[in-house]
Design a protein around this ligand. Structure first.
Ligand code: ADP
Ligand code: MG
Length: 580
């Protein structure tokens, strides 16, 4: 066969494969065109999994004379010279979408240029473009696509099921709505109104509607060349997949594993295994810092300084989570029967006081009972105004829960989870300050392990010392511990060392302790604190609660379980039929 230049028709069909691989991509291209045209209202209608699509907007429109050009390949109003590629403020720039779509569908476009005020239309049947004619549209642009891929049977064959495609289109519309809170979106699928997102005043407001969560929190920050806005859920509101983590780079919805990792790491120790938060991250930087042209559907981007992007997102979200904004600040409005409850609790409190607990210096180390030389424990001082400082303790239930009240609510605290969290945070704090309060043992505390484990642990003796733990060889199968942080119980040491040794062996001897501290301290904390089933005095309960004020994130245990749950008296009153 002789070599021939392909006809424009074939070229367009090939390109269509790249730009509009599937109907959802096509919908995305059309939405982006409307947004680039300054539209504030969009109606998107699809049927049969996207083989029919109609997108109508109220944007600036296209001049009658330019309609044929809009359908030409590499025809765009958005960039002129290649340098513009680095300073993009629009979604489109390749000038390929309309040409590609028109090559593989029955295509029609109607538009009214805002100043020209002449409604016109142009059509194309699988690449054959018709003449421009007048039309009746009153403003903006409407593009209609029917029988998509009818002339490309191969592509039709590979199309996903209609429902999978409709689902994907919904995602595209949600992403666009999150990227542009102020724009109104309406999505109609197979004749049913799916979404109607009215113009919203803020990202937080829009995110709450789109993600169907009434309580999302918001933070914004900037760092170096980056600025970020984040709407996020409390660790109580979680889902089973990472799909509700939405990342936007310059308002483009992107797949960015690094930034997704930044989000998850910010929630570190607040979520249980398999739990994911709902988060919308909108990261912006100077257009020259980012390359959006690395992927055909522009779903990936590249930052010049990706480490700073990571730090900006991680830092902002972690700081916001540490504020624990989901902790309800009690309202001052008195509920109907609060006087009654006050009477009850005053009586209970009085009763507790009469038992006269004097031990106010009781710190966590007091839960440790053993004969050893002990360096003086730092007394945990109550910070006035902390959330937990002035909750009223009503008692201990089932030797597991501390029951308290504050303001208009009843609070149940899981004593083990609470203590575990505090111990964990104290250890983390000591680690960050590189200063552990340690206690020396009069006689080494002996741990028996297999010989290879003893060897493995001795290879990282120095690193272990950084944890405040001093170890020495006592024999081929035993280690002696001569000092350890005063916060931890001896019984935490054998499971900890078993785990560490197994880790070192698994990793062929290489072991970076810095990467493991979270795990290590979680294990230490878990084995060092009060258990469920342990009776606590009123003073111990009080001491435990106020120690939670020292750490912002104390509302979750290091494994991500909540430390406390609460209910309002209002809810109680409903149960009792006092109010409806
Ligand atoms: P690109 O978006 O990369 O420029 P397209 O093929 O998507 O390429 O669109 C070609 C041109 O048609 C755009 O540059 C724009 O000028 C015009 N256009 C497309 N859709 C619209 C719309 N909804 N409103 C106004 N102009 C539009
Ligand atoms: Mg475009």
């Amino acid at each position: 066969m002789s070599i021939q230049v392909l006809s424009a028709e074939v070229i367009n069909q090939i390109a269509a494969g790249e730009v509009v691989e599937r109907p959802a991509h096509l919908v995305k291209e059309l939405i982006e065109n409307s947004i680039d045209a300054g539209a504030t209202e969009l109606v998107i209608e699809t049927a049969h999994g996207g083989r029919f699509v109609r997108v109508a907007d109220n944007g600036v429109g296209i001049y009658r004379d330019e309609l044929p050009k809009a359908l030409e390949r590499h025809a765009t109003s958005k960039i002129q010279v290649s340098n513009d590629l680095w300073n993009l403020n629009t979604f489109g720039f390749r000038g390929e979408a309309l040409a590609s779509i028109a090559a593989v569908s029955k295509f029609s476009l109607q538009s009214v240029q805002r100043t020209e005020k002449k409604a016109s239309q142009i059509q194309a049947q699988f690449g054959k473009v018709s003449a421009v004619l007048p039309s009746s549209r009153s403003s903006g642009t409407e593009i209609k696509i029917e029988d998509l891929f009818e002339n490309v049977p191969a592509r039709l064959k590979f199309m996903k099921s209609e429902s999978a495609e409709s689902q994907q289109i919904k995602q595209i519309v949600k992403a666009a709505a999150l990227a542009h809170p102020q724009i109104e979106f309406k999505l109609i699928q197979d004749g049913t109104l799916q979404y109607f997102f009215k113009s919203a005043g803020s990202l937080q407001e829009r995110a709450q509607i789109v993600l169907e969560k009434t309580s999302l929190y918001f933070t914004a920050a900037s760092r170096g060349n980056f600025s970020v806005e984040i709407a996020f859920s409390s660790p109580h509101e979680v889902v089973k997949t990472s799909k509700q983590i939405w990342i936007f780079a310059q308002n483009r919805f992107v797949q960015d594993r690094a930034l997704q990792a930044a989000v998850l790491d910010a929630y570190r120790s607040l979520l249980m295994h398999g739990e994911y938060p709902l988060v919308v991250v909108k990261l912006k930087c100077d257009p020259s810092e980012i390359d959006v042209n690395i992927h055909p559907t522009k779903s990936q981007v590249k930052y010049q300084d990706s480490a700073s992007a990571f730090r900006c997102v991680h830092g902002a979200l972690r700081a916001a989570l540490e504020q624990a904004p989901w902790i309800t600040k009690p309202t001052t409005t008195e509920s109907v029967s609060s006087t009654y409850m006050e009477g009850v609790t005053a009586a209970v409190a009085n009763y507790s006081r009469n038992l006269s607990f004097q031990d106010h210096s009781l710190g966590m180390t007091h839960f440790k009972q053993k004969d050893f030389s002990m360096k003086p424990a730092e007394v945990v001082r109550t910070k006035t105004g902390g959330y937990w400082a002035d909750v009223q303790i009503l008692g201990q239930a089932n030797l597991t829960y501390i029951i308290c009240q504050k303001g208009d609510r009843l609070i149940y605290v899981d004593q083990h989870a609470a203590h575990e969290r505090v111990a964990f945070e104290s250890l983390m704090e000591s680690w960050n300050k590189k200063k552990f309060e340690v206690q020396d043992y009069l006689f080494p505390f002996v741990i028996d392990l297999s010989a290879d484990k003893v060897e493995a642990l001795l290879t990282i003796q120095e690193s272990i010392l950084e944890l405040g733990i001093k170890i020495e060889r006592l024999g081929p199968i035993s280690l002696g511990i001569t000092s350890a942080p005063s916060l931890i119980k001896d019984s935490a040491l054998p499971p900890l060392f078993e785990k560490m040794a197994a880790d070192i062996i698994d990793h062929g001897g290489s072991y970076a302790i810095e990467k493991k501290v979270g795990d290590i301290f979680a294990t230490m904390a878990c084995h060092s604190v009060v258990r469920a089933g342990q009776s606590l005095s009123h003073a111990q309960m009080h001491e435990l609660l106020i120690s939670m004020d020292r750490f912002a994130l104390s509302s979750f245990c290091p494994h991500g379980r909540p430390v406390s749950v609460d209910t309002t008296f209002m809810e109680l009153e409903k149960l009792f039929g006092r109010i409806n």
